[in-house]
Design a protein around this ligand. Structure first.
Ligand SMILES: Cc1cc2nc3c(=O)[nH]c(=O)nc-3n(C[C@H](O)[C@H](O)[C@H](O)COP(=O)(O)OP(=O)(O)OC[C@H]3O[C@@H](n4cnc5c(N)ncnc54)[C@H](O)[C@@H]3O)c2cc1C
Length: 400
């Protein structure tokens, strides 16, 4: 990657996080992928050096840096060879804590955030549901208020990353039924709950998946699962507005993760193309090999500019209220789309450049190709980003 133009903070983050990652070689990640074992040593190593609090306030033990630096951290992790497994081991701890840090009470913050930063507790993010998918606002999991002020949660979540190892979940649930609200964005509430396996009403099941296999993804079932009233983040029924705050940050982080995969794959491909001799010359001498790689690099560079532009807007909007939230939304969604597509192009071409060896585990590019489909699908699919840009920017009629 061309490093010109990054800030000193970003360069420092890249160097320091890179040093932690260098303790975890590609063979570590290959083995974790094969055995589907959680990379807990990696999570612990990052926590030990304080990286989980990169974008959390200093008053709570964080570093008080922004999403620009956190995006660089996530890119450095995937680029190190860790792939999506490395990123997903910490991803939710970095972004799902953003709405908590902004809207949580002092008591919630003090009792939760330091434990997440220190690595003692891990967090997951519970939004997606099997029957609503991308139509998030129609989600059906209900948190019903009880006479004593507590809530009883009933419903089902799916694809919840790290639920098996998480102590906390940032949960989006309905506190007013869909049938009783004027707009689907109303009646949702955000909670920071314990995932207490000893309390009745909580169950989870691992999903077998294509990539990032070291990290668990789960169906989570709630059946009258009791949570205290104090777990509510911000005001009841305002959950959607609160969660929006974390969503743009997450898009930036995912874009960074995608970029890291793409650059890692391209580096390996170029190395292989320089060294692999067929027909008595390096395969990289063939323009059929060189040009697709050069094209992939430029696509990554363009996506990189879009990504760090979006992250910068997000960070600057904290102080500069003239930066509109919808402008950040457009920038963050565009960045996530472009970075995911560029990563896919780079990873696919890296596999093809390696010929048969592209299919072998030891060359890593097959793992990164499997991984790079995640940023294309989640947290919002490329089709929904195209819909969003069509409607919001081009003012085209809504198609669904
Ligand atoms: C590895 C992984 C980890 C994840 N981790 C988490 C997590 O930690 N927490 C969490 O809450 N969720 C998580 N997710 C869920 C993820 O956010 C969803 O999978 C994603 O939002 C897509 O939703 P869906 O799978 O229900 O797709 P669906 O909504 O079923 O969509 C299926 C397809 O139809 C297309 N489509 C649907 N409607 C339209 C339309 N109107 N116009 C055009 N195309 C349309 C979509 O683009 C997509 O291609 C994860 C997913 C994966 C794969």
């Amino acid at each position: 990657m061309e490093m010109t133009g990054f800030t000193e903070n970003q360069l420092t983050v890249r160097e320091a996080v890179g040093a932690v990652c260098s303790q975890f070689p590609n063979t570590y990640w290959q083995e974790r992928d094969q055995t589907e074992q959680d990379p807990k040593e990696f999570h612990t190593a990052l926590a030990k050096d304080g990286w989980l609090g990169i974008a959390l306030p200093e008053s709570l033990g964080g570093s008080g840096l922004g999403i620009s630096e956190a995006t660089m951290m996530m890119q450095t992790i995937t680029e190190s060879g860790a792939g999506m497994a490395g990123a997903q081991a910490i991803h939710a701890n970095v972004y799902a804590t953003q709405p908590l840090a902004k809207f949580g009470t002092q008591e919630q913050l003090e009792s939760t955030v330091p434990n997440i930063i220190s690595g003692q507790w891990r967090t997951c993010f519970g939004v997606t549901e099997p029957n609503t998918g991308l139509d998030t606002l129609r989600l059906r999991t209900v948190a019903k208020k009880q006479d004593d002020g507590s809530y009883s949660v009933t419903g089902q979540k799916i694809w919840i990353t790290c639920a098996q190892v998480a102590r906390k979940m940032i949960l989006l649930a309905r506190t007013t039924l869909l049938e009783e609200v004027k707009r689907p964005s109303e009646g949702l509430s955000l909670f920071c709950i314990d995932l207490d396996r000893d309390t009745p009403g909580l169950d989870m099941r691992k999903i077998k998946k294509m990539g990032g296999r070291a990290i668990d993804a789960n169906e989570v079932f709630f059946d009258n699962y009791k949570i205290p009233g104090e777990t509510l983040i911000g005001n009841e029924n305002q959950g959607f507005n609160i969660i929006l705050y974390g969503m743009n940050a997450e898009r930036c982080l995912l874009a960074g993760e995608a970029l890291g995969l793409g650059y890692a794959a391209l580096k390996k491909a170029a190395e292989y193309a320089r060294n692999r001799v067929v027909f008595q010359r390096p395969i990289g001498m063939n323009q059929g090999i060189a040009h697709p790689l050069a094209d992939a690099w430029m696509k990554l560079e363009a996506a990189k500019s879009a990504t760090y532009h979006a992250a910068r807007l997000y960070d600057r909007s904290e102080k500069d209220k003239s930066i509109r939230q919808d402008a950040i939304g457009v920038a963050a969604n565009s960045a996530k789309y472009l970075a995911a597509e560029a990563a896919f192009t780079a990873c696919e071409r890296a596999v093809m450049t390696h010929g048969g060896m592209g299919y072998a585990m030891e060359y890593d590019v097959e793992r990164w190709l499997r991984d790079c489909l995640v940023p294309r699908i989640a947290p919002v699919s490329r089709e929904m980003i195209l819909n969003y840009i069509g409607e919001r920017v081009l003012q085209l009629p809504r198609s669904y």
